[in-house]
Design a protein around this ligand. Structure first.
Ligand code: NAD
Ligand code: MG
Length: 380
C-alpha cells in the first residue's frame, strides 16, 4: 500500500492522479487539497475517504465543513492547511499538482518531513530549484517528475550514468499557433489559444504551451532535475507529440520515450517508480502512424523560449520574475484584458526592470513575486 497526498486534486493532473489511484487498488489517499472547487472536492472525499482535505479559500472551506459533516474528515484552509497536508506523518509521496508558485512552501515542508515528491508543479522548481534540489538530496527524498517531457528523460536515463549525458532533447508540439507570423499571433483569441493540438490540460499551462513559455519553464525545470548546463538542453519541435523527449549520450546514442499523449503514464510511473504497472488506453500503432516530423522552434515569433533562456542565464531571482510576470499576464489574457503578444511584453518589461538577487531565499523569492505583481498592477 502506498499512501499519498494530492495538492491540486480537482485540476487536470489531480483528477488523473485519482484515476490512477482508482485503477491501482494499492494507493491510499491520505489527503487532498484544492483551491475553491468544493463540489468536485466533496465527491473526491466521498470516494477516496482522505482523513484531511484543504481548501485554499476560507469561506469555501467553511461550506465544505458543513456538507461533509457526516464524514470522518478534517477540513483545513489557507497556507497553514496546505502545509499540514504536505507533512502528514503517514504520507509517503506528495503529488504537487497545484498551479503556480503557491507550491513552493508546501513542497519544501514536505521534503523536510521526508516525503518523496511527484512533481507536476514546475513553477516551484523554476523559481526555487536551487533550494529544493539540494534539500531533497540532504533529506534523502526523490523528486519524481510528472511533467511528460521530464518523465520521458527520467525513463530514458534509467540505469544510465548521468555523467554520460551529452544533451537533453526536450520535445515540443509547437502549440496551436505553430507556423504563424508575429502579426498573426497578435490577434489570436482566448478560445483559439485554449485549443491545444494534442494534450488536454489546465487553462494556464495550455496558454503557456501556446506562447512556448511552458517549454521555457520546462528547460529550467530540466536543468534543476537533471543537473545539466543550459547549453546541454535543446528544444525540438515534434508536432505529433509521439516522442515525449530524448537523451543523447556521450557516445552519440539517443534514447527516447514514445507513447500516446496520456498524462496518466508519467503520473503512474512517478508513483510506482521504478516499477511499471498496466495502464489501459490507446497504444502507439506504428503501421498507422504516417510520420514523425521535426522542426526548430521559431524563437523570433514565440518569445516565450528566448525570454526563458535569458532568465535562466541570468539566474538568481530572474526566473521568478519571468514566472510571476507570466502568471499575471496569462490571467489578464484569460480575462481578455490584454492581447496574446502582450504576455511577452509584460514579461520583458518586468525582467528589464528587475535587479537580480543571486541565490535568493524563499522569502526573497516571494518578495520578488510580490514586487513583480505590483509592477504589473501599476503599469497595466
Ligand atoms: P489545473 O488548473 O487544472 O489545476 C490546478 C489545481 O490546483 C486545481 O485543483 C486547483 O483547485 C488547485 N489550486 C489552485 N490554487 C490553489 C491554492 N491556492 N491552494 C490549493 N489548491 C489550489 O492545472 P493543471 O493543468 O493540472 O496543472 C497543475 C500543474 O501541473 C502546473 O504546474 C502545470 O504546469 C503542471 N503540469 C500540468 C500538465 C497537464 O497535463 N495538465 C502537464 C505537465 C505539467
Ligand atoms: Mg510538459
Amino acid at each position: 500500500m502506498k499512501t499519498i497526498a494530492v495538492l491540486g486534486s480537482t485540476g487536470s493532473i489531480g483528477t488523473q492522479t485519482l484515476e490512477v489511484a482508482r485503477e491501482q487498488k494499492d494507493i491510499r489517499i491520505a489527503a487532498l487539497a484544492a483551491g475553491r472547487n468544493i463540489k468536485i472536492l466533496e465527491e473526491q472525499i466521498r470516494e477516496f475517504h482522505p482523513r484531511m482535505a484543504a481548501v485554499w479559500d476560507e469561506a469555501a472551506a467553511e461550506k465544505l465543513k458543513i456538507s461533509v459533516r457526516d464524514m470522518d474528515v478534517k477540513i483545513v484552509s489557507g497556507m497553514e492547511g496546505l502545509l499540514e497536508i504536505s507533512t502528514l506523518p503517514e504520507v509517503e509521496i506528495l503529488v504537487t499538482a497545484i498551479v503556480g508558485m503557491i507550491g513552493i512552501r508546501p513542497t519544501i515542508a514536505a521534503i523536510q518531513a521526508g516525503k518523496h515528491i511527484a512533481l507536476a508543479n514546475k513553477e516551484t522548481l523554476v523559481t526555487a530549484g536551487h533550494i529544493i534540489m539540494p534539500l531533497a538530496k540532504k533529506c534523502g527524498v526523490q523528486i519524481l517528475p510528472v511533467d511528460s517531457e521530464h518523465s520521458a528523460i527520467f525513463q530514458s536515463l534509467n540505469g544510465e550514468n548521468p555523467a554520460r549525458i551529452a544533451k537533453l532533447l526536450i520535445t515540443a508540439s509547437g502549440g496551436p499557433f505553430r507556423g504563424r507570423t508575429r502579426e498573426e499571433l497578435a490577434g489570436v483569441r482566448v478560445e483559439d489559444a485554449l485549443k491545444h493540438p494534442n494534450w488536454s490540460m489546465g487553462q494556464k499551462i495550455t496558454i503557456d504551451s501556446a506562447t512556448l513559455v511552458n517549454k521555457g519553464l520546462e528547460v529550467m525545470e530540466a536543468r534543476w532535475l537533471f543537473g545539466v548546463d543550459l547549453d546541454q538542453i535543446q528544444v525540438v519541435v515534434q508536432p505529433q507529440s509521439v516522442i515525449h523527449s530524448m537523451v543523447e549520450f556521450t557516445d552519440g546514442a539517443v534514447i527516447a520515450q514514445l507513447g500516446t499523449p496520456d498524462m496518466k503514464l508519467p503520473i503512474q510511473y512517478a508513483l510506482f517508480y521504478p516499477d511499471r504497472r498496466f495502464l489501459g488506453g490507446a497504444r502507439l500503432d506504428f503501421a498507422r502512424l504516417a510520420k514523425i516530423t521535426f522542426e526548430e522552434p521559431d524563437t523570433d515569433v514565440f518569445l516565450g523560449l528566448p525570454l526563458a533562456y535569458r532568465a535562466a542565464r541570468e539566474g538568481g531571482s530572474m526566473p521568478t520574475v519571468f514566472n510571476a510576470a507570466n502568471e499575471r499576464a496569462v490571467s489578464k489574457f484569460l480575462r481578455r484584458e490584454i492581447g496574446f503578444t502582450d504576455i511577452y511584453k509584460i514579461i520583458t518589461e518586468c525582467m528589464d526592470a528587475h535587479q537580480t538577487r543571486q541565490n535568493p531565499s524563499v522569502e526573497e523569492i516571494l518578495e520578488t513575486e510580490q514586487e513583480t505583481y505590483e509592477l504589473i498592477e501599476s503599469r497595466w
